[in-house]
Ligand binder design. Structure first.
Ligand code: UDP
Ligand code: MG
Length: 229
């Protein structure tokens, strides 16, 4: 049995100092971070759209899944086996691990590159992560939600599976990931939506066309590109 969230709460490596307010305040100045959550079903195109936003808007891109896979492969990681089994089953890794990985990566990027704008891709996928992150790290500015049909997503994932080498881009894992998305991740989107903090984008068309819609959302939100397009 892999450890549960409860076991991890007492884990020495995950004992971040108790804070009575989030680590950062929202913004792009000293001690601040501007975070946009990027959500959407598996294969909705989050990573592809994030790459364009990094190029044009100067965001740093943090994919929660990539950070987890990196930690899984890090020699000596005691979370490696646990992460592997959760990912293969399409389940959500206990939030303590993922939030700590995100917080560490953000701190490093601010320190090393002086970048304060972050796209957090594929996170939060479960309500406890959303609450935990906004309480402990920073409140997000809004959530960019990519919407399309399961059929489109499935096709993209199987295509990606031909070359991705990802342990979860196969029929069996894809089914489980869709299920987790509908049952566990959609409630996060719905909660943020009730707070008026979601921008929905139709992700059905080509990457270029979808990016056209994304740019409109950025304009609406008052986020400017950093270089002429
Ligand atoms: N995952 C997780 N917590 C997160 C983000 C991802 O446990 O906050 C795990 C989960 O098992 C998920 C897998 O990592 O199915 C792959 O996530 P990724 O974002 O890479 O998939 P994508 O949405 O890009 O297809
Ligand atoms: Mg991705």
């Amino acid at each position: 049995m892999p450890p549960t969230g409860e076991d991890l709460q007492n884990h020495p490596q995950l004992q971040a100092p108790k804070r009575d307010k989030p680590l950062f305040s929202p913004g792009t100045g000293e001690g601040q971070a501007l975070v946009i959550f990027v959500l959407g079903g598996p294969g909705a195109g989050k990573g592809t759209q994030c790459a364009s936003l990094v190029r044009d808007y100067g965001f740093a891109h943090l994919s929660a899944g990539d950070l987890l896979r990196e930690e899984q492969d890090r020699p000596g990681s005691e979370f490696g086996d646990m992460i592997k089994s959760y990912i293969k089953e399409g389940q959500i890794v206990p939030m303590e691990v993922t939030i700590q990985l995100l917080e560490n990566a953000m701190g490093r990027i601010i320190e090393e590159k002086g970048e304060h704008k972050f796209l957090i891709d594929g996170f939060p996928r479960k309500m406890d992560q959303a609450l935990g992150f906004e309480e402990k790290v920073v409140k997000s500015r809004f959530t960019l939600f990519f919407e399309t049909s399961e059929e489109v997503m499935r096709e993209r994932l199987l295509k990606r599976g031909e070359t991705s080498g990802r342990a979860d881009d196969n029929e069996e894992s894809i089914k489980k990931r869709f299920r987790t998305f509908v049952e566990t991740s959609m409630p996060v989107v719905e909660t943020f939506e009730k707070e008026g903090r979601v921008e929905r984008v139709d992700a059905t068309k080509s990457a270029e066309e979808v990016y056209g819609l994304v740019k409109k959302v950025m304009e609406k939100e008052g986020i400017e590109p950093v270089k002429k397009q």
